[in-house]
Design a protein around this ligand. Structure first.
Ligand code: KG4
Ligand code: ZN
Length: 338
C-alpha cells in the first residue's frame, strides 16, 4: 500500500451512479451521474436504474480516476455501498467493485449507505465531535441516530411510512412539478407564505416520524377545489402551497431531534442526506441548536445528495481500523444501520 492509501469509492444504491477517489482521507475527485431516465415517471424505476448503472459505471469510474490523476494500478482499496438500496442497482456497483478488486489484488470494503451519509459530515476534515445527533433525511430514509463514536451508533427513531424526501417528491408530482421534487418545492417556497394553509402535522410518541399523512392532506386540499378552478388555484398559489407544505415538513422533522437533544443532553446536531440541502430546514435546525448552546453540522451542498465521496471516506475510516470485506460479500437491500 502507498504511504497515503488511494481509495476508490463506488455508490450505486439508487439512481445516481457515483465514483470518487480519496487519498489519505482527502477527496481527489467525486463524480456523480444522475440518471435522467426517471424524471418523466416522477420517481425511480428500479429496472431502468440498474440498466443505467451498467451503462454508466465504467465511464464514471474512468472519469473519477482521470480527474484525480490516477490510474487503476494506483488504487490500494475499493469501498462500495452494499445496502440499503435497490437490489439490482447495488449489484451493479458491487459486482464491478469485486471484479476490479480481484483483478488488481486489492482489498474491498463494504459500506452501509447510511454510514456513508454520516461520514459525508467528515469530508475535508470537518464535522462534529462525538457524540452527536444525526438526522439522515433523504428520498429513501428518515432516521434519527445517536452517533457515539466511529461506526458506533444507536437508532433513536425512523419513519414508519414515507421518507421526508419521498413526501417532497410525491407532493411535487401532485402539483405538476418535476422530479426530484425537493429542490423544485424549495425554490418555489422561497417566494411563498408558509402560513397560507395549515397542513396538519403528524406527531408520534417517541422519536418516530410519519410522512404519509401530509402527502394525503395536500391531495385532499387539492381535491377540495372544484375541477374547473384547480389549475388556476395551483398556478396562483403554487409558492404559498409549497411554502406551507415545506413549513409543515420542517416542523415534523425538527420536533423529535429537539426532544432527543433535551433527553440525552447532546447539543451538537447534524443533518445528512438529500433533504439536508434544504435551507429552510438548515435554518430552523441551526436556530434550535444554537438555542440549546449547540451547533448544527451539515455536509457541503455537493455531498448532501448521494455521492461516492462519502462512501470512500467511510471506507478510509474502516480501513484505518483494518476492517476489510471478503470477496464473497453480498448486497443487502434492506441493510439496517444498527
Ligand atoms: O440522499 P439522496 O440523494 O438519495 C437518497 O438516498 O434518497 O436524496 C434525494 C432526495 C429526493 O427525495 C429529493 O427530493 C430530496 O432528497 N431533496 C430535497 C432537496 N434537495 C434534494 N428535499 C428538500 N429540499 C431540497 N433542497
Ligand atoms: Zn442516500
Amino acid at each position: 500500500m502507498h504511504s497515503s492509501p488511494v481509495l476508490l469509492g463506488i455508490e450505486t444504491s439508487c439512481d445516481d451512479t457515483a465514483a470518487a477517489v480519496v487519498a489519505d482521507g482527502k477527496i481527489l475527485s467525486s463524480i456523480v451521474s444522475s440518471q435522467d431516465v426517471h424524471s418523466k415517471f416522477g420517481g425511480v424505476v428500479p429496472e431502468l436504474a440498474s440498466r443505467a448503472h451498467q451503462r454508466l459505471i465504467v465511464p464514471v469510474v474512468d472519469e473519477a480516476l482521470a480527474v484525480a490523476g490516477m490510474a487503476r494500478a494506483d488504487l490500494d482499496a475499493i469501498a462500495v455501498t452494499i445496502g440499503p438500496g435497490l437490489a439490482g442497482s447495488l449489484l451493479v456497483g458491487l459486482s464491478f467493485s469485486k471484479a476490479l478488486a480481484f483483478g488488481l489484488g486489492i482489498p474491498l470494503v463494504g459500506i452501509n449507505h447510511l454510514e456513508g451519509h454520516i461520514y459525508s459530515l467528515f469530508i475535508d476534515d470537518k464535522g462534529p465531535s462525538f457524540p452527536f445527533l444525526c438526522l439522515i433525511v433523504s428520498g429513501g430514509h428518515t432516521q434519527l441516530i445517536k452517533v457515539e463514536a466511529k461506526f458506533e451508533h444507536t437508532l433513536l427513531g425512523r419513519t414508519r411510512d414515507d421518507a421526508a424526501g419521498e413526501a417532497f417528491d410525491k407532493v411535487a408530482k401532485l402539483l405538476g412539478l418535476g422530479y426530484p421534487g425537493g429542490p423544485e418545492i424549495e425554490k418555489l417556497a422561497a417566494g411563498g407564505n408558509p402560513s397560507f394553509h395549515d397542513f396538519p402535522r403528524t406527531r408520534l410518541q417517541g422519536y418516530d416520524y410519519s410522512f404519509s399523512g401530509i402527502k394525503t392532506s395536500v391531495l385532499y386540499y387539492l381535491n377540495a377545489i372544484s375541477d374547473t378552478d384547480r389549475d388556476e388555484h395551483i398556478q396562483n398559489h403554487i409558492s404559498d402551497i409549497c411554502a406551507s407544505f415545506q413549513e409543515a415538513v420542517v416542523d415534523m422533522l425538527t420536533r423529535p431531534i429537539v426532544k432527543a437533544a433535551r433527553e440525552t443532553g447532546i447539543r451538537d446536531l447534524a443533518l445528512a442526506g438529500g433533504v439536508s440541502a434544504n435551507i429552510a430546514l438548515q435554518t430552523r435546525m441551526r436556530e434550535l441548536a444554537e438555542r440549546m448552546d449547540g451547533r448544527l453540522f451539515v455536509p457541503d451542498q455537493k455531498y448532501c445528495m448521494d455521492n461516492a465521496a462519502m462512501i470512500a471516506i467511510a471506507g478510509h475510516h474502516k480501513l484505518a481500523g483494518n476492517e476489510f470485506s471478503p470477496l464473497t460479500l453480498t448486497v443487502n437491500p434492506s441493510l439496517a444501520l444498527v
